[in-house]
Design a protein around this ligand. Structure first.
Ligand SMILES: [Zn+2]
Length: 132
C-alpha cells in the first residue's frame, strides 16, 4: 500500500506541526500483536490512543489494522486515565492528525505521500529491530 518513494524520509518530521513532537509508543494489533511505532504526541503529551499496524506481509500488503495503545508500564496506565478525563476529542488514527495540513494548503497527493513516508520510515526501523 505504501508508495515506493525513497529519499527525503526525514523531512516529514520537520513539516509536522503542533503537538509535542514524536514519541515511540507501543500498540497491539489484533492480528500481529504488540509493535512499537513512532507517533506524534497529542497536545497533552501522550501518544494517540490508537495507531495502525505497520505489518507488511509477503505480498507487500500493509496490515493497517487499528491497534490500541498499550502503555508498557503501570505508570503509563495511570497517566492514561488522567488524560482520558480531560480529553474531549482524540483522533483514532495517528495519521488523521495530519489532515489539518490539508486545510493549510497541502495537496491531497502531498499529504498522502507524507503519510506513506511516515510508515516507510517506521517499517525500516522495525525491520532493523526484528531482523537486525
Ligand atoms: Zn497487524
Amino acid at each position: 500500500m505504501a508508495a515506493l518513494e525513497v529519499g527525503a524520509a526525514m523531512t516529514y518530521v520537520v513539516k509536522v506541526r503542533g503537538a509535542g513532537g514524536l514519541v515511540v509508543a507501543e500498540y497491539e494489533c489484533p492480528a500481529h500483536g504488540r509493535f512499537e511505532v513512532t507517533v506524534q504526541r497529542e497536545a497533552n503529551g501522550d501518544p494517540p490512543e490508537h495507531a495502525c499496524c505497520s505489518f507488511v506481509d509477503a505480498n507487500g500488503r500493509w496490515c493497517d489494522r487499528l491497534s490500541p495503545w498499550r502503555p508498557s508500564s503501570v505508570r503509563g496506565w495511570v497517566k492514561r486515565g488522567e488524560v482520558q478525563r480531560g480529553k474531549s476529542e482524540a483522533p483514532e488514527h495517528p495519521t488523521w492528525m495530519s489532515t489539518r495540513e490539508l486545510g493549510e494548503g497541502m495537496s491531497m497527493a502531498e499529504w498522502q505521500a507524507k503519510r506513506d513516508k511516515v510508515w516507510e520510515e517506521h517499517d525500516r526501523k522495525q525491520d532493523k529491530e526484528l531482523f537486525g
